[in-house]
Design a protein around this ligand. Structure first.
Ligand code: COA
Length: 427
């Protein structure tokens, strides 16, 4: 039988008292000399205490939360094969797991201090079956995260710092904007896709990273409803075709979008709650008396939404010119933050591409956005028969806290009537 030895707290490098924050073993566990058995924490550093000798853990003398000083007994070990004289072991070396390591006991062979970020060097099999280095364990403790809830992406499913970071990000995203989360979002699955086939990593553009965060926030924080509708733009299109060539001579592209912008402004006048923002407390509506319209522009680097100001005061020609300039600026990455501020309502037009309908995400703090899809000839029943009409699909997403369904339906019907009668837009 081996000797029973006390494992004691080593020289703490100046600290008089440390807290036991983790017990990594239990009685009966077999340990090697370098197995970490306890994690201690001072106000400057976290340190893992190795067993110091090979053997079996007999009895724990401290609990998580115990405050101990140098020389205090942490546990007893039955050492393997040593002489059966109960002798107090020399204090074991502390293995600092943080960049401000505590001074180590001088009499015991020491491992080099390993900064928390260098997880490869200090992998430990800790409590439970979770593989993680002390740096990751310390971070997890600080955030109160149970590592067994994470799926490690390191070798042997070891939990890496990156795994912890993405876990925290997912949690934050699921609980942001306050309110109940109904149990929170399940963490996104961490999958190594190479197990299914070849892959390639492509970083998101700067715009995608920024707009992605905003889109996500808007999507989860605004109760969206999308109202669909159709406008008969047969007359509007005939008008546009008649004038297109003349505009082209002046290098102005006349597309349906400028007419839609004009119609939207008219509808915003008629339904002022669409030209509004909720105050931060969600108690008041800030009604705007100006008409600045954001237009989503697709660029090779991602989606941007420059704002055309005072659309109510501009004629079709000026609007077409300005829209062309803004989208050119957007595609050349020349938009300034000011070009993208102050919008009242946004339009996202995919009409030049195709598709029949979509659900645009509201551009907070606005309360509604109009999606426009590609106009198509459709048989419309009129006066006892079907006639071909050019129909423009509209998708109006609105903030249901501010706008109710009936208002949204009225808005889209009104907008469709305006677009259906070109005189309204030109007068
Ligand atoms: N139905 C049918 N045809 C349409 C149309 C519609 N709703 N909207 C545009 N078109 C036509 C135009 O008339 C033009 O054809 P033409 O030259 O024969 O007249 C062609 O499609 C291309 O138009 P486009 O260059 O797209 O001009 P636009 O004024 O409609 O749109 C932008 C300008 C900047 C908004 C557009 O180029 C763009 O970037 N759209 C993408 C927006 C986006 O990505 N939104 C994100 C969704 S979440």
């Amino acid at each position: 039988m081996g000797a029973i030895k006390d494992l004691t707290v080593p020289d703490l490098g100046g600290a008089t008292e440390v807290v036991v924050i983790e017990l990594l073993v239990k009685p009966g566990d077999k340990v090697k000399a370098d197995t970490s058995v306890v994690t201690l924490e001072s106000d400057k550093a976290t340190m893992e205490i190795p067993a110091g000798e090979e053997g079996v853990v007999k009895q724990l003398k401290v609990k998580v939360g115990s405050k101990v000083g140098m020389g205090a007994v942490l546990m007893t070990l039955e050492t393997a094969g040593a002489a059966a004289t109960a002798e107090k072991s020399k204090p074991a070396a502390a293995e600092p797991a943080q960049t401000t390591p505590a001074k180590q006991a001088s009499s015991t062979p020491q491992k080099p201090a390993s900064p928390a970020s260098e997880e490869e060097e200090d992998e430990e099999q800790g409590s439970g079956d979770v593989h993680a280095g002390p740096g990751v364990r310390r971070l997890a403790r600080e955030f109160g995260i149970d590592l067994s809830n994470l799926r490690g992406t390191g070798p042997k499913q070891r939990v890496l710092k990156e795994d912890l970071q993405s876990f925290v990000k997912t949690k934050l995203a699921s609980s942001s904007e306050g309110g109940a989360t109904f149990g929170g979002l399940a963490p996104a699955p961490l999958i190594d896709f190479t197990q299914f086939g070849q892959t390639e990593i492509e970083e998101l553009s700067r715009i995608q990273k920024i707009s992605g965060k905003n889109l996500h926030r808007n999507w989860v924080s605004i109760p969206h409803v999308t109202q669909f509708g159709e406008a008969d733009i047969t007359e509007l299109e005939a008008y546009r075709q008649r004038h297109k060539a003349r505009f082209e001579k002046e290098k102005i592209k006349l597309t349906p979008l400028v007419f839609i912008m004009k119609a939207v402004v008219d509808a915003l006048r008629q339904f002022p709650q669409f030209n509004a923002s909720l105050d931060p407390k969600g108690e008041n509506l800030i009604l705007k008396k100006y008409f600045h319209i954001g237009v989503a522009v697709d660029t090779p680097n991602g989606l941007v939404v420059p704002v055309v100001r005072n659309v109510d005061q501009k004629r079709i020609r000026a609007l077409a010119q300005e829209l062309a300039q803004l989208s050119e600026k957007a595609r050349n990455k020349q938009l300034t933050p000011g070009d993208m501020q102050g919008g009242c309502f946004s339009i996202s037009s995919l009409g030049g591409i195709g598709g029949t309908a979509f659900t645009p995400i509201i551009n907070a703090p606005e309360v509604a956005i109009l999606g426009v899809s590609k106009a198509a000839q459709k048989p419309i029943y009129q006066d006892g028969g079907f006639i071909p009409r050019l129909m423009l699909p509209l998708s109006l997403s609105y903030d249901h806290r501010v706008i109710d369904g009936a208002q949204a339906a009225r808005f889209i019907v009104y907008l469709s009537e305006l677009l259906g009668d070109i005189r309204h837009l030109l007068l």
